[in-house]
Design a protein around this ligand. Sequence first.
Ligand code: ADP
Ligand code: MG
Length: 161
Amino acid sequence: MAHVTVKSPDQMQELGRRLAPLLRPGDLVLLTGELGAGKTTLTRGLGEGLGVRGAVTSPTFVIARVHPSLVGGPALVHVDAYRLGGGLDEMEDLDLDVSLPESVVVVEWGEGKVEELSENRLQVVIGRALGSDGVPEDDADDVREVTVTGLGPRWADAGLP
Ligand code: ADP
Ligand code: MG
């Protein structure tokens, strides 16, 4: 497990670029955090680090977008599952199990929806910085606490930074 304090959108994107070299085809990344936490910003950095085509954006109508690699690496499949109901039915239509082996699949709002895809998951939790009283600090609007945890045998010895 790694814990990072991120103080700006640029730093969040940079964290994504730094995490990207850890990722291999077949990796599933689950991003957790409230609206505006920075999940898409982090994914944009992952896409840059992986060298994929197309800027990562918040899809308005699209639930999953495939960004092919420009450098012979894995494609980035970016999923925003916000509008998907619970259960695997709608998830199954995305055929993530088909694309996963040769891609890196990054999912926003995937809690309770994608865990069955793989026991190996990189779990990234993005939260607001809390003051000593446990309440989010008003003067720290841009500060995020990011916790990265590798679940499953894939990540047991992966040496998270
Ligand atoms: P999410 O995908 O989690 O809903 P986005 O990445 O789309 O969030 O948006 C995050 C918003 O918060 C952006 O407008 C960004 O500029 C702003 N922001 C402020 N501070 C940070 C930070 N430290 N990390 C990421 N985004 C931040
Ligand atoms: Mg988003």
